[in-house]
Design a protein around this ligand. Structure first.
Ligand code: GEK
Length: 245
């Protein structure tokens, strides 16, 4: 049985020495609550990833969920994909995440095979892919390594294959950046986070989550070799792009 998720109170009290955010055991315990209350649109976006995967999955191909955490997008794809011979490969470099993802997959009744791999996504092989999902993962990758990773994904995709790339956005225009940041903080306050929690989490993520602008994403995807990319989902400063090989 998967362990029930707990409420996220990681930054509820003052932390005298704030360290950079890590995907460790204490985050795993509260992760579903944390991501739902912190990422606007997450609860709508994840099932839609399943729907898009159903559209683009090709028979006898692989669907990848890179930075799968507890396997939310993996399960969403698994619940929709009907094509024969599809295998889902879910990868995360946090052992605590993969351990809990195993429980979630085991408790699910669908039968599409899922392989869970505890590894850095830079080091895994991508081949025979029709769908690749990076759901809020690229933002945690060193900016200097992002193009390389996207090039590896294009190389591993079949013709007609897609990348679904969801990210927190940054905006070049200062007024837009301020407006969307204020709205995001209002979203978190409305979901019960205090101002202390919001500001401590922000500090902890400062060196770890490095967002790009929408324009940077489109340019990098083109440079990596995708033939087109378009925004298909946005909720406040969180968005998802569909890139076609
Ligand atoms: C979801 N997709 O629920 N290699 C493998 N995994 C990594 C790496 C790396 N180099 N860097 C970070 N991760 C999920 C949510 S969370 C987003 C994704 C968030 C993993 C990291 O361990 C974490 O589990 C995940 O990427 C990012 O649909 O917490 O905002």
């Amino acid at each position: 049985m998967p362990k029930p998720s707990q409420e996220d109170a990681i930054y509820a009290r003052q932390h005298p020495h704030l360290v950079d955010f890590e995907f460790n055991e204490s985050v795993v315990n509260v992760f579903p609550d944390m991501i739902r209350r912190s990422v606007p649109g997450y609860s709508t976006l994840v099932p839609l990833i399943g729907l898009l995967a159903e559209e683009f999955a090709q028979p006898h191909s692989r669907c990848y969920d890179l930075g799968c955490s507890l396997g939310a997008a993996t399960l969403a794809m698994r619940h929709r994909i009907q094509q024969a011979g599809v295998e889902i490969i879910a990868v995360d470099n946090s052992a605590a995440m993969i351990e809990r993802a195993h429980d979630n997959i085991d408790a699910d009744i669908d039968t599409t095979p899922v392989e869970l791999i505890c590894a850095d996504i830079h080091h895994i092989e991508i081949s025979n892919a029709s769908v690749v999902v990076l759901n809020f993962t690229l933002q945690f990758i060193d900016p200097a390594a992002r193009l390389n990773l996207l090039q590896k994904i294009v190389a591993g995709l079949r013709p007609g294959g897609v990348l679904l790339l969801s990210e927190k956005l940054r905006f070049d225009d200062d007024a837009e950046q301020t407006l969307l940041t204020d709205l995001h903080h209002a979203f978190k306050r409305a979901n019960g986070y205090s101002d202390l929690e919001i500001s401590q989490k922000r500090t902890a993520l400062d060196n770890v989550l490095i967002p790009d602008t929408l324009e940077q994403h489109h340019q990098r995807l083109k440079q990596a070799g995708f033939s087109s990319s378009r925004l298909w989902f946005q909720c406040l400063n969180f968005a998802s792009i569909l890139a076609l090989k």
